[in-house]
Design a protein around this ligand. Sequence first.
Ligand SMILES: [Fe+2]
Length: 393
Amino acid sequence: MRPYRRLGEVPRKRHMRFGADGRLYYEELFGREGFSGPSSLIYHRNMPEGAQDVSEGPADMLTPEHEQVHENAHLKGYELMPSGDVVTGRQWLLVNDDIRIGLVAPAQQQEVLYVDGSADEVLFVHSGAGVLRTQFGRLPFSRHDYVVIPRGTVYRIDLEQPTDTRILCLEVTGFVDAPDRYRARNGQLTEIAPYSERDFRAPEELESGQGGAEVWLKRANHVSRYMLDHHPWDVVGWDGTIYPVAFNIHDFEPRAGRFHVPPPIHQTFQAHNLVICSFVPRKLDWDPDAVMLPYHHSNLDSDEVLYYVDGNYAARRGIRQGSFTHHVGGLPHGPQPGALEASLDRPRETDELAVMVDTFRPLHRTSIARQIFDKEYPFSWHTGGVRGTTSIA
Ligand SMILES: [Fe+2]
């Protein structure tokens, strides 16, 4: 999904003497898997390590709860109120060691530079627009974009209007990339992929930060405050395959079938122990005898989280834009009572827009999730009789 790219000036060969006006530039390997994985080479005007002070930073707020009861859930994400900035205001809802899933509704602009040292970030822009500014350059984004930020990227997000912005935030421990099955042997996206390299936007203009800078580094759930003696956006050029990208969900080309096709057809990204899928408007299940709804399913190896962005999600009762559902591994879930009958006369198409994350290890809800938990949802498949009593008769 990230082809080789070059921006600005780089020397003719790697590790070659390179500079201007009698000053040498500093080459930095920005690499995954030590020296053996995908990487970029970045050329700085200043020595990238230069710092005058390091101290403890602000607390990384997270309060996972370890549930005694595992039930399917609807989390009313639309009730979360604006707070903090696009980094400090993240309200985490569902977490495990592979991913944090949450939402940010910023109240103000980000002021301090931020770098996530432990996770790739996938930000899905539900509403709002802005510019991601990094050492790789400027990357404008807008509504319904995924913005994928590799770990180690020093960034500030300038929003057009913070209080008009809502962003689904995914902090992913593994390497976020296109699924293996979409890629040819040489890494290129194939003809069967639902998108191509042309659909991914990359920085096209370098930044030129001046002077010292404060940077908050998050590593292993702790934030450190670095006072650098130079600005990290002092880059004259870079090349490689690790850099931030933006991808609009409407550039995902949906696939449909005569009968219902299951969610792997919607997969957009992969990472260790999880997948990220995009449900976009599309034609549906056009055989006259096809059931135009998802079938009831038990995904025995995963928890499933859906974030509802837009349109009408016919299979789910009580769900609206900004809702999350969390369907727990080991339990079945599917359309609620009445959905099948209601689907019989509908046009064979959907305008639903949703992002799904399936995690292969259990998710824990946080105390914030508990506050926006819809108490009726676990029983929305209930079809009669007294609710909330247990009978062994
Ligand atoms: Fe499902």
